[in-house]
Design a protein around this ligand. Structure first.
Ligand code: FMN
Length: 151
């Protein structure tokens, strides 16, 4: 972990090299292993590879080019109502966001372990992302993680 912490940095420029499926599956596994309040996992992870969708997502992220460049995007979505069923307001306002955030952090660190790079994109138009991904009001995208090899 110490080496991973030292290596991790925000990478905003990606090469065309694709992410190997085995590595990608390990990243997803790591994200899913993140702890969550009451083990409710009040979060979803959406995987985007399609270049047209990546372009739309980049536009929704105020033109941040790393969102278009990276061969894989992970979108972390909080499910406030799922957490609210058990934890009421605290689940709705806080825990669901924390569940999704921790999963994103775990995915980023696992990506680094496999020689990949990522960065955190929080600057995006939430409603626009909900529209692009056909999400409901109860699915709150909190972070986009572009993943790939650094250029
Ligand atoms: C909540 C959050 C939102 C962020 N949003 C963006 C973003 O929209 N675009 C971006 O390029 N970096 C974004 N970052 C990355 C930070 O700018 C970056 O982590 C910070 O400058 C430290 O650099 P490092 O990650 O290389 O250590 C975000 C980071 C966090 C934690």
């Amino acid at each position: 972990m110490h080496e991973i912490f030292k290596k991790r940095k925000s990478v905003r420029s990606f090469s065309d090299r694709l992410v190997e499926e085995e590595k990608f599956q390990e990243i997803i596994k790591a994200a899913n292993s993140a702890p969550s309040a009451g083990d409710l996992k009040a979060r979803e992870i959406i995987v985007i590879t399609n270049s047209e969708l990546r372009k739309k997502m980049s536009e929704a992220a105020h033109g941040q080019k790393q969102v278009m460049e990276a061969p894989k995007l992970l979108v972390f979505v909080a499910l406030p109502e799922q957490s609210a069923k058990k934890y009421a307001e605290r689940g709705r306002e806080l825990y669901a966001m924390q569940d999704a955030t921790l999963a994103a952090g775990f995915a980023w660190l696992e990506a680094v372990e496999h020689g990949l790079s990522a960065s955190w994109v929080g600057g995006f138009d939430e409603k626009e992302v909900q529209k692009i991904l056909d999400l409901s009001q109860n699915q709150k995208p909190i972070a986009i993680l572009p993943i790939g090899y650094e250029k």
